[in-house]
Design a protein around this ligand. Structure first.
Ligand SMILES: *[C@@H]1O[C@H](CO)[C@@H](O)[C@H](O)[C@H]1NC(C)=O
Ligand SMILES: *[C@@H]1O[C@H](CO)[C@@H](O)[C@H](O)[C@H]1NC(C)=O
Ligand SMILES: *[C@@H]1O[C@H](CO)[C@@H](O)[C@H](O)[C@H]1NC(C)=O
Ligand SMILES: *[C@@H]1O[C@H](CO)[C@@H](O)[C@H](O)[C@H]1NC(C)=O
Ligand SMILES: *[C@@H]1O[C@H](CO)[C@@H](O)[C@H](O)[C@H]1NC(C)=O
Ligand SMILES: *[C@@H]1O[C@H](CO)[C@@H](O)[C@H](O)[C@H]1NC(C)=O
Ligand SMILES: *[C@@H]1O[C@H](CO)[C@@H](O)[C@H](O)[C@H]1NC(C)=O
Length: 423
């Protein structure tokens, strides 16, 4: 794994599939067993509550500002609020600094959360390893992270992509929080709310959408002048990442629309060549589940994606290349356009509903590859023109790259190379 590695988490609902490496449309011959994987027992080591009175658990970090010099540290204490302070220091420094955060709790039906802490550390140095400590007394815990290099056009950087979700059961949010800690406490995740995170359950008296998600994950949305934590942007190394919310109002005149309308023209591709959009619901999908669910959003936003040359849109299912509907012909048959993004669907972290396998037949020409499986992706940005995307199936006994593709920047087109498109 690359030394610098960051993660997107697309919290997606229905499940996995993806890709291959030929340029025509294809369906993978790999067939994942259809039996549901058994849940890991709750007494598994990965869900273990750390020892010590009121010991911090579910520790995770998130980028805390627009450029990558800030980090939000979040953790949960079970017995009492305890301390809101994060102690932190640069790798080779003896100077220990403190940042102070907030603590909150929330109720969901008959569940009451433990004490959830969020603390933003600001003004860190780029490209530096920091240690940090949360908790007090004999239950302090130490972790570390490395800040990204400063924003710049040819800064290589590796991102990991996965999606997953725990659903309505808030006790599962806690076990899942402890499960991901071994990664999320060390590498910032970029969160995108999915349909399971809506947690809209008026029958249980829970009519405010995204309640657990919003309480558990604090995001740097104000740094990008967003007015809600469900759509926001960050810059990291050579990438400009825009997170959209499929499940918040998005039509014309809504806050999300107005924010995006101002956002796209501001992206400076000389500083951040890679323009990446994350959303939960795919605009193009040829799976039966959720088929055409992204259509209202596509109608509104695809013209901007093409106009502003978005490089890649990550959502939840199969990979599709370089397509844009020709919306003027009323037939809505997708046309190839080298300004259009590649749509990669990575809805494959796993879920409790099992695989969504039914695909529409025949496979549409705009679909480059599909596989009903679980796995994760890695996006390796090499320079301003080239990025490599690899997809790793998770059911093999070894780390296998089931599919990969070179992505060519839409704005800084590599010269002399043939565009790679499914149609
Ligand atoms: C932590 O400290 C408390 C209070 O001093 C003590 O009761 C407890 O046994 C200690 N726990 C551990 C794991 O050392
Ligand atoms: C910090 O110390 C480590 C180990 O001695 C060394 O490899 C690294 O280069 C140092 N970093 C800085 C920024 O001085
Ligand atoms: C909460 O309600 C669920 C569903 O009715 C039930 O299974 C669970 O035991 C309840 N939990 C508590 C703490 O009462
Ligand atoms: C884009 O960024 C470059 C490099 O920082 C700068 O020279 C240029 O003025 C910026 N363009 C705009 C429109 O701000
Ligand atoms: C889109 O459709 C219109 C009307 O049929 C046609 O004139 C135009 O050439 C099409 N554009 C592309 C890029 O296919
Ligand atoms: C691609 O889309 C853009 C924006 O709609 C349009 O200006 C351009 O003509 C299209 N190119 C092709 C080859 O259709
Ligand atoms: C960008 O990276 C690609 C893939 O590693 C490489 O082939 C290409 O030469 C690089 N471009 C420049 C300008 O270094």
């Amino acid at each position: 794994m690359a030394a610098r590695w960051d993660s997107f988490v697309l919290a997606v609902a229905v499940v996995g599939l993806t890709m291959i490496s030929s340029s025509s449309t294809a369906v993978s011959s790999f067939v994942r067993s259809s039996s549901l994987s058994p849940d890991m027992p709750l007494d598994s080591d990965v869900f273990r509550v750390p020892p010590g009175y009121n010991a911090p658990q579910q520790v995770h970090i998130t980028q805390g500002d627009h450029e990558g010099k800030g980090v939000i540290v979040s953790w949960v204490t079970p017995d009492e609020p305890g301390s809101n302070t994060v102690l932190y220091w640069a790798e080779n420094s003896t100077l220990k600094q403190q940042a102070h955060g907030i603590v909150l709790t929330y109720n969901y039906f008959n569940y009451t959360s433990n004490y959830i802490h969020h603390c933003t550390i600001e003004d860190l140095e780029f490209d530096t390893k920091y240690y940090y400590e949360v908790g007090v007394g004999n239950a302090t815990r130490q972790f570390s992270f490395t800040t990204p290099p400063g924003v710049g056009p040819d800064v290589p950087y590796t991102f990991g992509l996965i999606d997953d979700y725990p659903f309505h059961d808030n006790n599962r949010w806690d076990t899942w929080g402890r499960f991901i800690e071994r990664n999320a406490a060390y590498q910032p995740w970029i969160w995108t709310a999915g349909n399971h995170e809506i947690d809209f359950a008026p029958q249980l008296g829970e009519a405010i959408p995204f309640k657990p998600f919003a309480n558990r994950f604090h995001l740097p949305y104000r740094a990008s002048y967003s007015t809600a934590p469900f759509w926001y942007s960050i810059r990291r190394a050579s990438a400009y990442i825009i997170v959209m919310s499929s499940y918040s109002a998005f039509r014309k005149y809504t806050p999300q629309y107005k924010w995006l309308e101002k956002k796209f023209p501001k992206v400076n591709r000389s500083e951040t060549p890679w323009l990446i959009v994350l959303m939960h619901c795919p605009l193009y999908s040829s799976y039966v589940h959720h088929y055409m669910e992204g259509e209202p959003m596509r109608v509104l936003y695809e013209p901007w994606f093409v106009e502003y040359k978005v490089d890649v849109v990550f959502a939840g299912y199969e990979r599709m290349s370089n397509i844009a509907y020709n919306v003027t012909n009323a037939l809505c048959s997708p046309v190839s356009n080298q300004s259009a993004p590649v749509y990669i669907i990575i809805g494959d972290g796993g879920n409790q509903e099992g695989l969504a396998k039914e695909m529409t037949e025949p496979q549409p020409r705009y679909s480059a590859y599909r596989e009903a499986s679980f796995g994760h992706g890695i996006l390796d940005v090499k320079n301003r023109t080239h990025a490599y995307f690899g997809w790793h199936r998770n059911q093999d006994d070894y780390a296998v790259e089931a599919d990969s593709v070179w992505l060519h920047n839409r704005y800084w087109k590599p010269s002399g190379e043939l565009p790679r498109a499914a149609i």
